[in-house]
Design a protein around this ligand. Structure first.
Ligand code: FES
Length: 147
C-alpha cells in the first residue's frame, strides 16, 4: 500500500522536534481524522529557512509527509518554500494511496501556516501566501500519538 520512501520516512522520520524561539510556527489539523501537525521554521535574515522541525500527532502518512516536507523546505528561501505543495511532497515520496492524499495537504498547510506566522511576526507580506484554513492556535488541539 505504501512506497518504500513513505515507509522509510514513517519509520525514521527526519527533523522531529521543536525549535525554540522559532521564526514561525504553524499548527494545522484535519477535523475528519483528528490528526494534527505542527511545523517550526528557523528563518535567517536573508529569508532562507535555516532549520525546520515538526511534531505530528496522527497517522503514518501524516508523519511521512511532515518528515519529507521539512526535508524539502530546508535551505530554501520563503518563495521557494511556497512551491513545496502537497503534490511536490507526494511526488518526493513516490506517491500516496488516494485515501491518504489529505495527509500531504496537511503538510502543505502546516508550512503555509508557519510562513504566515513568520510574516505576521515580522510585519511583512509574502507574495502568493494566504491565511491557512485549518490553522489551530495554542490550547485547541487534542494530542494522540506523538512522533
Ligand atoms: Fe488524516 Fe492522515 S489520516 S492526516
Amino acid at each position: 500500500m505504501y512506497s518504500d520512501k513513505v515507509m522509510d520516512h514513517f519509520q525514521n522520520p527526519r527533523n522531529v522536534g521543536e525549535i525554540e524561539d522559532a521564526s514561525g510556527v504553524g499548527t494545522v489539523g484535519n477535523a475528519k481524522c483528528g490528526d494534527i501537525m505542527r511545523i517550526y521554521l528557523d528563518i535567517d535574515e536573508n529569508q532562507v529557512i535555516r532549520d525546520c522541525k515538526f511534531k505530528t500527532f496522527g497517522c503514518g502518512a501524516a508523519v511521512a509527509t511532515s518528515s519529507m516536507a521539512t526535508e524539502l523546505v530546508k535551505g530554501k528561501n520563503i518563495q521557494e518554500a511556497l512551491q513545496v505543495t502537497n503534490k511536490a511532497v507526494m511526488e518526493a515520496l513516490d506517491g500516496l494511496p488516494p485515501v491518504k492524499v489529505h495527509c500531504s495537504l496537511l503538510a502543505e498547510e502546516a508550512i503555509h501556516a508557519a510562513l504566515w506566522d513568520y510574516a505576521e511576526k515580522h510585519g511583512i507580506k509574502i507574495e502568493g501566501l494566504s491565511k491557512p484554513k485549518s490553522d489551530i492556535h495554542e490550547g485547541e488541539e487534542e494530542e494522540e500519538e506523538e512522533y
